[in-house]
Design a protein. Structure first.
Length: 358
């Protein structure tokens, strides 16, 4: 049915675009549009999933084993860890927990596409602070954007889609500049790929030192479990209790928990993969700079190509060569670091695009 519904939808939701993924790739294409991990799942993960097929039972709502495991790993208590169906669901819970209509949530823009929608669903007002010209967070401007209606600030490091990190010094100065009762969410979905010295590490900021900071991490990227939906937060237990209260019960599956635990067992092997991806990223970023692209510091598993007004034409050129990349019309292309076999084509098409653009 395409007729209007008589049901009254909240007007801000009716106006909200549905979250869209990049195009799904056909068999002949490389999918470089969703910042996924190109390596096949580990055999140990596949086998653990195979052994955890009691799907007639509900999962442990508190994901106790995984919380305890992560708590031990990060030197915190299990109450200071919260598991979600992807870190994006924890982000939503935190926003719902702190914001009411009329409240503001500040974040940098351009950043992760999901932020504006999550803020609006929480009933709050998005306040977007432009990135600097080199794709970095402008933390002094973000601190200046905080008003007495601001309930949370989201800081994304490395920033999706541009790539640079926030430094520890910048972050500390930011925390000193904002009210101590302001929730600061540090979205570190790509933290494991960072090689730049001096980058912020949210897991060092923990609850006790900075009780208003919550760090978000995910198993989707470095751990290669995007399809299973599992991420976590580390922070003050009272803030995380509020997120737990705002959560949809039982949304983390038993299979997601088992796969995350098994991945933690295989950490050295996964870290090796991450090193491979980071090295490939540096090779691509440098190759792009050599042919004239002004690529911001790339610290995640992706690079940013500032294609501006020519973005859609550039995306078509990649598409025609079998590379599905993420286009942000009028702004740029984000290219995920994928299979080794995709690297030469990425560089070749990027070189031809820079030549062909006016
Ligand atoms: N934060 C950022 C910055 C991201 O780019 C993404 C995924 N694209 C997420 C959070 C969400 O990750 P998850 O799969 O854990 O929900």
């Amino acid at each position: 049915m395409t007729e209007p519904t008589p049901v009254r939808i909240r007007p801000e939701i009716a106006a909200l675009p549905v979250y869209r993924q990049g195009r799904q790739a056909g068999a002949e294409a490389f999918k470089l549009s969703s910042n996924e991990n190109p390596f096949d799942p580990l055999p140990s993960v596949v086998s653990a999933l195979h052994d955890s097929m009691a799907v007639n039972r509900y999962p442990d709502a508190a994901a106790t084993r995984l919380r305890e495991r992560l708590a031990a790993r990060h030197g915190v208590t299990a109450d200071e860890v919260h598991i979600g169906a992807g870190s994006v669901s924890i982000l939503a819970q935190l926003m719902l927990a702190v914001a009411a209509p009329g409240d503001e949530i500040v974040y940098a823009w351009r950043s992760f596409e999901a932020y504006p929608g999550l803020v609006i669903v929480a009933g709050a007002t998005p306040v977007q602070v432009p990135l600097t010209a080199d794709g970095r967070h402008d933390l002094p401007a973000m601190a200046a954007a905080v008003t007495d209606r601001t309930r949370a600030v989201v800081v994304c490091s490395p920033n999706n889609p541009t790539g640079p990190v926030v430094t520890q010094d910048e972050f500390d100065a930011f925390l000193d500049a904002v009210p101590a009762d302001l929730l600061v969410i540090l979205d570190e979905a790509y933290a494991e790929f960072v090689t730049a010295p001096g980058a912020v590490d949210g897991l060092r900021e923990l609850g006790v030192v900075r009780p208003n900071v919550v760090a978000l991490r995910t198993f989707s990227k470095a751990y290669g479990l995007a399809g299973l939906r599992v991420g976590y937060a580390v922070g003050h237990s009272r803030i995380l209790d509020a997120a737990r209260a705002a959560a949809i019960p039982l949304s983390v599956t038993a299979q997601a928990e088992v796969a995350a635990l098994t991945s933690l067992d295989a950490e050295p092997e996964l870290r090796e993969r991450v090193r491979t991806i980071a090295a490939r990223r540096d090779r691509i970023a440098n190759g792009l700079r050599e042919v004239g692209w002004n690529v911001p510091d790339a610290q995640g598993n992706f690079v940013w190509l500032p294609t501006g007004a020519d973005t859609m034409a550039a995306a078509d050129a990649f598409d025609a060569a079998g590379l599905i990349v993420r286009a942000f019309p009028g702004d740029g292309l984000r290219i995920s670091i994928g299979e080794e076999e995709s690297v030469d084509t990425v560089l070749r098409i990027a070189a031809s695009v820079v030549r062909d653009l006016p």
